[in-house]
Write a protein that binds this ligand. Structure first.
Ligand code: AMP
Length: 396
């Protein structure tokens, strides 16, 4: 594999798999350009180095054939604007149309190929389709971490046709470096904060992080499955009855591995799942019938803060309360503030997983933590200890 910083791109056609799966409104305008913005340094590196950037991506979920509403032509103006130069478009990602568009290009230019998923072969990981894409470039670069957990033609299979001339772009390289630092090179104490709705969706991650962390902080809806498993009274709080034994097993496993588990001690309880509910603070294991815990309480905020301030590495996945409702956002905001403070004092903090990213954006602290992963499902699988096909394809 090659390194983006040390490669000479002069005269090279660089096939870059980007993640331009961005939301569009009814006028087909990009409503959130975060993913495009993220890829700009990678594209600039190639074209300013004298190469030709050929961008390939998927958009939405077309049913295996061309559909105008999923055409990547809609996002050309946004890429051009962010890049500060014209971007050419090929109305097909393979074949004569793509090849002819490419022939007209000069060094320093950018070509966007049509939606890869207009071919069902893309998601099927078809080697013939991957080969056709591969013929377009001299170098393959993967910068789409968000799809790295899928063995699709453009994210993994294509790398077979570039035994040496393959590399990560800055987005993907940055994600991998940040996650590897946390999972394999963490300075101690290392604390993982796991929140979110259900423990069932986080079991594999918790299992994996238990092998790495010193502290496990648990918050959010999953709290109550643990509290009930320990004999607490949780009222009408969210619970997964069929996961009580598993919660006990996780606590036992943590103990064996020398991990300290910090569960909430108090909760903001509500008489209904609504922002205008009546609320009060209660011990987490003494919630009256009909009431539900929707956020951590003040004592828990202080307890979690103490653990977070003493940490040198922090991994945060999942809100500790129903942060979408103003009445129940305080705990998640407090955890975010604690992480910001610890980061300012030298800790490395990685925030990832859909809802935690939404939370750091809501509280405007994305630039005050060390790294916000936009990887979503890919990040979660990486944290479970799974080798991602898109990462393996470049490294092998
Ligand atoms: P997840 O996608 O599993 O990370 O879950 C995120 C969701 O968990 C968010 O939409 C939160 O509103 C929700 N959540 C957090 N705390 C609670 C709670 N105590 N009860 C119910 N839902 C919660």
């Amino acid at each position: 594999m090659l390194n983006i910083d040390t490669t000479d791109f002069t005269g090279k056609k660089v096939l870059i798999r980007v993640d331009f799966n961005v939301p569009l409104n009814e006028q087909f305008e990009v409503t959130d350009d975060t993913r495009i913005r993220a890829a700009i340094p990678t594209i600039k590196k190639v074209i300013e180095g004298g190469g030709i950037a050929i961008l390939m991506s998927h958009l939405g979920r077309p049913k295996g054939g061309p559909e105008d509403k999923f055409s990547l032509k809609h996002i050309v103006p946004t890429i051009s604007e962010l890049l500060g130069k014209p971007v050419l478009f090929a109305a097909d990602c393979i074949g004569d149309v793509a090849e002819n568009a490419l022939k007209a290009l000069h060094n320093g230019q950018v070509l966007l190929l049509e939606n890869l998923r207009f071919y069902k072969e893309e998601e099927a990981g078809d080697p013939g389709f991957a080969k056709k894409l591969a013929t377009l470039g001299d170098i393959y670069m993967n910068d789409a971490f968000g799809t790295a957990h899928r063995a699709h033609a453009s994210t993994a299979v294509i790398a077979d046709y570039f035994p040496v001339n393959k590399m990560f772009g800055y987005v993907m390289g940055g994600e991998i470096t940040a996650i590897d630092k946390v999972l394999h090179n963490a300075e101690r104490p290392f604390t993982a904060i796991m929140g979110g709705a259900k423990v069932s969706s986080k079991i594999s991650i918790i299992d994996n992080v238990l092998n790495k962390v010193d502290n496990l902080i648990i918050g959010g809806g999953m709290t109550f499955t643990f509290i009930k498993a320990m004999g607490g009274k949780i009222g009408a709080s969210l619970v997964e009855e069929d996961k009580l034994d598993m919660a006990k097993a996780l606590l036992a496993s943590a103990k064996t591995k020398g991990v300290t588990v910090h569960l909430p001690v108090d909760a903001v309880i509500a008489d209904k799942f609504a922002n205008d509910a009546s609320t009060r603070i209660a011990p987490v294991g003494e919630i009256p019938d009909g009431w539900m815990g929707l956020d951590i309480g003040p004592e828990t905020e202080a307890l979690f803060d103490k653990v977070i301030q003493a940490s040198k590495t922090i991994l945060w996945n999942g809100p500790v309360g129903v942060f979408e409702m103003p009445s129940f956002e305080k705990g998640t905001r407090a955890v975010g503030d604690s992480i910001v403070k610890a980061t300012a004092n030298g800790a490395f903090s990685l925030v990832g997983g859909g809802d935690s990213v939404a939370a750091v954006n809501q509280f405007h602290i994305a630039d005050k933590v060390s790294y916000v992963s936009t990887g979503g499902g890919a990040l979660l699988e990486y944290m479970e200890g799974i080798e991602l096909p898109g990462v393996k394809a470049i490294r092998s």
